[in-house]
Every structure is written in structure tokens, then in C-alpha cells.
Design a protein around this ligand. Structure first.
Ligand code: XIL
Length: 360
């Protein structure tokens, strides 16, 4: 009798079109266990809320969203602030999650003291490289054996089509050499860590080739680099299947590992620069149309990740759920976005069920 009722209920659900998990015990990491680890960017605060339980069920890798960046972790020359990064690493250790480190050298969230000498003048190349070495050595040594992979240099390529490297303080003071040096310092501090170059808008054919050229150049010069991180901050309107497929094919040709390091699918057309809020930004409803398109894009991305599974060694989401995402404040401050696979109540969205279908 009970079995009859259960079977009836099941048929009713299927007819109603509800997605049924094959097992509610399984998380993303379990569906993808034969393909690659599934990670998530976290804050130390999130690990003290109900989000911690979700992380443990769904993910087997973590990246600190901000806690290991130069500014937060090294606010003045003589002072490191370890508390937040330590607590994230301790959580990973306690619960057997893999840890990615993010990031050792970037032009953003970088403390001002780094580029200035004792007299308030721009630091010399020699001083800046010495500081970079000291910084990387301290951070990588502290988490040696606990962080398995590092985003060593982040976003060094320019977005301007006719400019190769971003005209950052790093480039202005050191020239291109700072990039190879950062990898060398990280490798010396932890020879077992996997070292990545990480960047965004990697699906753009012009930027893609510049990233390819940089990483290939480093590899050919014998610099210890083991992979390329494609951030994967995408949207409903891009990438197309063809664009993503050719991006993954192109980066596979490097013969290094690829990781998708910061995946999210914004429900707004992609923009890469912060801007003022306009009247039309006030309508931030997650409509059925947006939901349907997002399901399609997520499905397409994971189908292609599966296709390129031999090159891809990790996929990390940038934030946990639609409760909070950095895209709520970027590119438009205060415009709510819905870019992830879990809703604000931490329930799997329909896109989640589309993604877990892919490996089956
Ligand atoms: C973002 C964080 O998510 C925000 O909390 C912070 O205010 C700014 O940085 N590319 C990167 C990440 O490599 O470090 C950025 O993270 C998002 C874009």
C-alpha cells in the first residue's frame, strides 16, 4: 500500500514537471567526482552561518574571496593580518576540502605602502621586487601543504585591444619581469604547489590570444607555471557555445592545466567596468525568461567542461548562493544579481538540477 502511494506521488511529480534529485544526499562534488573538484569562494563570516553546511554538502574545494589578497593580508609593510585566511584554511583542513590560494600579485586590493618608498616617492624596481618576494614567501610558506594551488598573478593582461600588458604600478615600476619573478618566488616557497596565471574576459578572442601568449612565453622560458585560471565571470548573453568551446580548445593547447576559477552567470548583459546606476537598473526581478536562459547557459558551460575534462582540473564558483554575490555591487552598485546555483534560502535552483544532469 505504502509503495503504491509512493509510486503514485512520484508519477504525479514527474507529470507536474518537478525536477527530482536522484539522491538528496548527493552534492555537486559527488556528481562531478569523476570529472573535477567543485569549489566555492568564501568569506570567514560565511563559514559561521548556515552556508557552512551547504558548502560541506556541495563542494570539495574553497578559495578565500578576499582574505588572502595583498591588502587584506598585508596591510602595512611590517604587519600581516592572518586571522581571516587562517580560519578559512582551518575549516578546509578540518573538513577535508582542497584549498586554492587567491591571489599573490594583483593591481587591485593592493596596499599603498607597496609602491611607495620611505620618503613617499615611487618605490624603485629593486625595492618593489624585494617586497614582492618577502610577501609571497611569507604567505605561501604559512600555508605550505595546505593550499594546493595558487593564483600567482591575477589580471596582468590589458583589456585594451592594442595594449598587451595592463599599465599597472607593477608594470610601470618593474617592467614585465615581475610576472616571472612572482612565479619563481612562489615556487621557491612551496615547490609542490600548483601555480596559475588567472584572468577574466578570456573568451574574448583578442584577450584570449594575449593570455595565451603570456602563459606560453612563461612556460617556454622555464618559469614554474602549471596552469591557467579562466575566471569565468559570464552572463546570459555570453559566451556562446562556439566561443567557449574554442576558448577551452585554445587553452588546452598550452599543455598546462585549465581551471575555471571564478564561475558565475550574471543575469544582466556583460559589462566589465563599474558604472553609475541608471533608471533601468532598478528593475532587478529574476524573471522566468532570465531563469530559463540561465539554465541553458549553465548547462552549456558544464557540457563543455565535461567535453574538455582532460584539460580541466577544477571548477570554482565565485560565491555560495544568490543571498550574496559580489555582482550585487559590480558593475552597478546595489543592483541585485542572481548568478549562482543556489537561491537566497540556499535551495538548489533549477539551473542546479540541469548542471547535475550533465555527468550522468
Ligand atoms: C572580488 C570580491 O568578490 C569582492 O568581494 C571584492 O570587493 C572585489 O573583488 N576577479 C578576481 C576576484 O580575481 O578577486 C574579484 O573578487 C572578482 C573579479
Amino acid at each position: 500500500m505504502n509503495r503504491f502511494i509512493l509510486a503514485f506521488a512520484f508519477v504525479a511529480c514527474v507529470q507536474a514537471g518537478y525536477s527530482q534529485p536522484s539522491s538528496s544526499e548527493k552534492g555537486l562534488k559527488d556528481y562531478y567526482k569523476n570529472l573535477f573538484p567543485i569549489g566555492v569562494a568564501v568569506s570567514p563570516q560565511a563559514l559561521k552561518t548556515d552556508e557552512a553546511k551547504l558548502i560541506l554538502k556541495q563542494f570539495n574545494s574553497m578559495t578565500p574571496e578576499n582574505a588572502m589578497k595583498m591588502g587584506p593580508i598585508h596591510p602595512t609593510e611590517s604587519e600581516y593580518f592572518w586571522t581571516h585566511a587562517d580560519s578559512i584554511v582551518a575549516f578546509a583542513q578540518r573538513n577535508n576540502l582542497m584549498m586554492r590560494g587567491h591571489t599573490l600579485c594583483w593591481h587591485n586590493q593592493t596596499p599603498n605602502w607597496l609602491f611607495t618608498d620611505a620618503n613617499g616617492n615611487p618605490a624603485s624596481k629593486e625595492i618593489l621586487l624585494q617586497r614582492l618576494k618577502e610577501h609571497i614567501t611569507s604567505v605561501v610558506t604559512r600555508y605550505k601543504g595546505k593550499v594546493y594551488a595558487w593564483d600567482v598573478v591575477n589580471e596582468a593582461i590589458s583589456d585594451k585591444p592594442d595594449e598587451y600588458l595592463r599599465n599597472s604600478e607593477w608594470l610601470k615600476i618593474c617592467g614585465e619581469e615581475y610576472i616571472a619573478k612572482a612565479f619563481q618566488y612562489a615556487h621557491e616557497a612551496d615547490p609542490n604547489a600548483l601555480l596559475f596565471y588567472n584572468d577574466y574576459n578570456e573568451i574574448n578572442p583578442i584577450k584570449r590570444e594575449k593570455i595565451f601568449k603570456l602563459v606560453k612565453g612563461l612556460k617556454d622560458a622555464g618559469v614554474p607555471i602549471h596552469g591557467v585560471g579562466l575566471q569565468g565571470h559570464w552572463a546570459l548573453n555570453e559566451p556562446s557555445r562556439l566561443q567557449l568551446d574554442s576558448t577551452l580548445t585554445r587553452f588546452s593547447e598550452l599543455g598546462l592545466k585549465i581551471q575555471i576559477t571564478e564561475l558565475d552567470i550574471s543575469v544582466y548583459p556583460k559589462e566589465h567596468n563599474a558604472r553609475e546606476r541608471k533608471a533601468e537598473d532598478y528593475n532587478s526581478t529574476f524573471t522566468k525568461e532570465k531563469e530559463a536562459k540561465q539554465i541553458e547557459v549553465y548547462k552549456m558551460c558544464f557540457e563543455l567542461f565535461k567535453k574538455h575534462k582532460n584539460a580541466i582540473s577544477g571548477v570554482t564558483f565565485w560565491n555560495i548562493s544568490d543571498r550574496h554575490s559580489w555582482l550585487d555591487n559590480f558593475p552597478v552598485r546595489g543592483r541585485k544579481d542572481y548568478p549562482l546555483l543556489f537561491d537566497k534560502d540556499l535551495k538548489p535552483k533549477k539551473a542546479y538540477w540541469a548542471v547535475v544532469e550533465v555527468p550522468k
